[in-house]
Design a protein around this ligand. Sequence first.
Ligand code: F6P
Length: 343
Amino acid sequence: MRLAILTGGGDCPGLNAVIRAVVRHSVKNYGSEVVGFLEGWRGPMDNMVMPLSLRSTESIINRGGTILRTSRTNPFNTEGGPERIMANMSSNGLDGLIAVGGEDTCGVANRMHKEHGLNVVCIPKTIDNDLSATDFTFGFDTAVNIVAEAIDRLHTTAESHNRVLVCEVMGRNAGWIACYGGIAGGADFILVPERPIVIDDVIEAIKKSHGRGRDYSIVVVAEGAKFADDSLNDNNVERDDFGHEKLGGIGDKLARFIEARTGFETRATTLGHIQRGGSPTAFDRVLATRFGVHAADMAHEEKWGRMVSLKGERVTDVPVEDAVDKLKTLDLSLYKVAEVFFG
Ligand code: F6P
């Protein structure tokens, strides 16, 4: 077979591990050829191709980012975009495509498969862990570890200065990173998009823990969290090619409210793209490798229109439409665990 692979959407640690696994398994065990399309869906649309070999994908399992680069290109926003993709698949003699991405990249793959007959297999990745039909995406574990380490560091400086430190984390409209990272870091309050922010609750919890003699607090807030009082939300935001809000800034706002209402000196830290950078954890390297091997098998079995999925301990596959139907928001039973430690 002759296959292509692309990485789309925000990058995340583990993308190079998945590319390596797809190439190694396809070339070595199936005698197939693999090429890379560069920069997400822009690659197949503009015919940006890069050869991939066993040699060129060696020693990249531990490297962050993606050697294929990425973009948030939506080919359905370009006149003739999907048709150009189909033409480039055929001019490159390709039998199928492996698309590694989150909700947007997989959403495009689903439409390309259904509306244009593209032979495509998807692999779920995103630090946000918000893709349905898989228990976990790779990239998430690394982001959570970065957040946990950052909170550990915030603890010592918060304690030294008797401060409240607010830590803003990514995750878009799902609170997975905030909740996992916050629990692991021992946060005193965690705010997620799934539960509107009631300032009084945050203030009460902080005052309660300070009343017990503790002079500092750590509050974790997800970038997509919104105030219950809508007049406090900023609804005039920029959007990307897929219509997603460009988020950020809630941490600063929250810090100002906390300082004004408690009188405790408060600072905000935004972790931002640090959460997406650097080497993947061992967990993400292994998950990405398992996903890549499974996707190569699926392509060779011509299981088009499906996505690799982790169900419990097992790697399996599901129709890609199951993954993009609905966002996988935070499991609120996990939030209940976090709440035990508030206040
Ligand atoms: O989807 C991954 C993610 O890192 C989100 O958590 C975040 O909101 C967004 O991407 C940031 O996007 P960009 O890299 O385009 O600023």
